[in-house]
Design a binder for this molecule. Structure first.
Ligand code: TYM
Length: 337
């Protein structure tokens, strides 16, 4: 099992990243070789202030470490330091089909109405994501639900490459296609955490309202304020999941609660069924403060140790390069370069 995943340094790390991805990153360390990437090449598909980008790259790195990722046993690095991603990206641009990209819903959402004015990088972004994964021939990719379509595209690209060049290799004594078909690992604490202000939208660092998300570096007061302001309805909590129908804001808060205490909706509702929404919000605030604030505090401490963070990234990049370079070289040979 080789695990690869990435997070964009395009804003603050938030509870969606944590429950949708990072919690899985941490637990997979026990059973596999893990490569976690700060995907700065992806971040510049929309304009980034250079100084803020630099600081965000360190913030994501600090977030990985503060959440429990071991940078010695596994790899943490930033994408722009390993040239294989961009090179593999170009090769896979020539394998992927325009029709496949046209189906990507995230491009449509991010580009909005003005898609003629979106960067070309934003459009081809999922191909670079495929390159990230295939440059390491990763077998598993832990992500939140919003990335599912992109992993399916990576699988289609891998399949087409394998078919176009029909090259098999021997792995562990068995004949195999050159590229593995990466498996998405979507299930986990909460595959899709929704905005605190509008539960029809996912929690995102792009949302202009900071009240829509809990950032991992938020302090106690801010967390309290954000949960207090989170959209609610006037009814008390039901005792069963059936009672969550048409109450998407409540469902989201229940999921966050369940995700943070490794429980599930049913058990949370059994515990809290019948209590007032405002009382549940107090319980949730306490839980978020207990689970997230220590991570945020550690992140802030690490972010002050810039040279230590930079060293982790440089060291990770050289180890990542050692893995991806021979895979890229072999890919080039197969193509005929
Ligand atoms: P990004 O940076 O948008 O998000 C990073 C990870 O966090 C998950 N996530 C969420 N999960 C649940 N609820 C949410 N509200 C939420 N918001 C974000 C995402 O699903 C993701 O797992 N394209 C990717 C980064 C990437 C990548 C890769 C991932 C680049 N190359 C290769 C895997 C493999 C992205 O923009 O994620």
């Amino acid at each position: 099992m080789r695990v690869f995943s990435g997070i964009q340094p395009s804003g603050n790390l938030h509870l969606g990243n944590y429950l949708g991805a990072i919690v899985k990153f941490v637990s997979l360390q026990e059973i596999s070789e893990c490569i976690y990437c700060v995907v700065d090449l992806h971040a510049i598909t929309t304009w980034q202030d250079p100084d803020i980008l630099k600081s965000n790259i360190r913030q994501i790195t600090a977030g990985f470490i503060a959440s429990g990722i071991n940078s010695k046993e596994h790899i943490i690095f930033n994408q722009s330091k390993v040239p294989c991603h961009a090179e593999m990206g170009w090769i896979l641009n020539c394998v992927a089909r325009v029709g496949w990209l046209n189906r990507m819903t995230q491009f449509k959402e991010k580009a909005g109405k003005n898609k003629e004015n979106a960067s070309v990088g934003l459009y081809t972004y999922p191909i670079l994501m495929a390159a990230d994964i295939l440059a390491y021939n990763a077998t598993h990719v832990p992500v939140g639900e919003d990335q599912k379509q992109h992993i399916e595209l990576a699988r289609d690209i891998a399949k087409k490459f394998n078919m176009d060049f029909n090259k098999t290799i021997i792995k562990n004594g068995y004949k195999n296609d050159f590229f593995n078909l990466p498996e998405p690992l979507i299930n986990g604490p909460v595959p899709r955490v929704m905005s605190l202000r509008d539960a029809s939208k996912k929690m995102s660092s792009n949302d202009p309202s900071d009240l829509s998300r809990i950032n991992l570096i938020d302090d106690e007061d801010l967390i309290q304020l954000k949960i207090r302001k989170a959209k609610t309805d006037p009814d008390s909590l039901p005792s069963e999941t059936l009672g969550l129908e048409n109450r998407s804001e409540l469902r989201n808060l229940i999921d966050i609660y369940a995700g943070l205490c490794s429980s599930d909706r049913d058990s949370v509702l059994q515990n809290f069924g019948g209590i007032q929404f405002s009382n549940f919000k107090k319980e949730l605030t306490d839980l978020i403060i207990e689970k997230i604030c220590p991570i945020g505090k550690e992140m802030k401490k690490l972010m002050n140790e810039e040279s230590a963070i930079d060293k982790i990234l440089t060291d990770g990049a050289s180890r990542a390069y050692e893995i991806s370079k021979p895979i890229l070289e072999e890919t080039k040979k197969i193509i005929g370069f």
